[in-house]
Design a protein around this ligand. Sequence first.
Ligand SMILES: NC(=O)c1ccc[n+]([C@@H]2O[C@H](COP(=O)([O-])OP(=O)(O)OC[C@H]3O[C@@H](n4cnc5c(N)ncnc54)[C@H](OP(=O)(O)O)[C@@H]3O)[C@@H](O)[C@H]2O)c1
Ligand SMILES: *[C@@H]1O[C@H](CO)[C@@H](O)[C@H](O)[C@H]1NC(C)=O
Ligand SMILES: *[C@@H]1O[C@H](CO)[C@@H](O)[C@H](O)[C@H]1NC(C)=O
Ligand SMILES: *[C@@H]1O[C@H](CO)[C@@H](O)[C@H](O)[C@H]1NC(C)=O
Ligand SMILES: *[C@@H]1O[C@H](CO)[C@@H](O)[C@H](O)[C@H]1NC(C)=O
Ligand SMILES: CC(=O)N[C@H]1CO[C@H](CO)[C@@H](O)[C@@H]1O
Length: 345
Amino acid sequence: MLQQFIMLTLMLCTIALTKTVEIPFVTMSNGLKFPQLGLGTWQNTEHPEAIKSALDLGYRLIDTAFLYKNEKMIGTALKEYFEAGNLTRKDVFITSKLPYYAYKPEDAEKYIARQLESLQTDYIDLYLIHWSMCAERKTDKDEPVTDNDGYHVPCNVSHSEVWKILEKYYEKGTFKAIGLSNFNETQIQTIYDQAEIKPHNYQGECHILFPQTKMIEFLRALNISFTAYAPIGSRGRDKSNTRSDGDVFEQTPVKELAEKYNKTRAQILLRNHLQRGYTAIPKSTNPKHLAENLDIFDFELSPEDMKKLDNIEHKRLFIFDKAIKSPEFPFKDVVDEFADKPLTL
Ligand SMILES: NC(=O)c1ccc[n+]([C@@H]2O[C@H](COP(=O)([O-])OP(=O)(O)OC[C@H]3O[C@@H](n4cnc5c(N)ncnc54)[C@H](OP(=O)(O)O)[C@@H]3O)[C@@H](O)[C@H]2O)c1
Ligand SMILES: *[C@@H]1O[C@H](CO)[C@@H](O)[C@H](O)[C@H]1NC(C)=O
Ligand SMILES: *[C@@H]1O[C@H](CO)[C@@H](O)[C@H](O)[C@H]1NC(C)=O
Ligand SMILES: *[C@@H]1O[C@H](CO)[C@@H](O)[C@H](O)[C@H]1NC(C)=O
Ligand SMILES: *[C@@H]1O[C@H](CO)[C@@H](O)[C@H](O)[C@H]1NC(C)=O
Ligand SMILES: CC(=O)N[C@H]1CO[C@H](CO)[C@@H](O)[C@@H]1O
């Protein structure tokens, strides 16, 4: 009896130890399954091991972009991981994005080809237009043309022209889903109305200081899935294009709920996103944080506590002020606040 009991206990412990976390998903309008928690990679250009650790822990969604200068690193890490082990390409969901200085159709095609090559894959699960505002590109360089004051020189490509390129690759099967990032509701609606293939996803800044409640409702009505970027307040953000103030960890309800639920502040914030019903993509290269950010499936915030996180002063952290001269600049609040201020270069 005792022996059997010990055996069983040992077995259960082993299972508990080797089990990777099962992440819930949302279903996109085209039926694609989209994990509700993923790995952000902005500012990770030097830690391929973090990509592998994340996969070991159970992360299955990796968010990247041409602008992050890490697609080669990620492509190599994935290739090594697949060759060494248990997963294959189809187990991983890759999101990437077209840089704002490559919206002219011939440019877009060139950059897409380079991205596929860097990622060492023949398809990308979700491909987004990174910003609504585009800039002219310096000849033979991955850089925007800027004016004497450092502002991007806008390019003259319509959203519908770029969208048609994404549709073409969707129809070829190169992209399994397509979408937008950093557009406003009017712009999304216009593309939606004109599109043959409707956007499957929108990625926007979203955290307790900028909860995007109206945007999320708007997207739900169109069955466009949502991805929250900077979900824990982009703690390590550099100052280019972002505000330097605004710390979500220091908000009183976050501290109080962390104590009440015996969870870290990051876990409270990520659980809040999960219960709001969309996808969040916290970035980390720290093994402890990677595990912590995934350990949010064993507790639930009460509706009253969810409300406490709703009642915080709202402020956009990402301002993109170098692109403010574009006629397509999407955020009126930023224009009003920053149009006459010097750049946060
Ligand atoms: N579409 C867009 O325009 C856009 C814009 C911004 C971001 N994004 C995407 O969204 C992802 C997430 O946004 P983000 O990287 O700006 O910000 P974030 O995920 O809100 O915050 C990341 C920062 O928090 C730290 N961190 C992570 N887990 C932590 C924990 N448990 N405790 C304490 N600190 C923790 C990270 O440092 P460590 O690495 O040291 O843990 C890093 O400095 C990006 O990586 C990118 O993939 C997209
Ligand atoms: C969106 O479409 C998918 C696939 O048709 C469906 O499973 C899902 O329930 C829809 N979501 C909403 C919110 O309508
Ligand atoms: C921008 O493109 C439109 C349509 O192709 C054209 O009519 C317009 O003259 C262009 N504007 C500039 C400033 O090049
Ligand atoms: C709080 O969480 C920590 C870490 O998960 C755990 O070790 C500790 O026992 C918990 N404390 C209580 C009172 O539940
Ligand atoms: C949305 O973007 C357009 C630019 O294309 C701008 O004219 C409009 O004011 C923006 N709306 C809001 C609410 O910021
Ligand atoms: C995610 C996963 O299951 N990773 C495993 C792949 O295989 C190696 C070697 O057998 C394991 O160590 C990993 O845990």
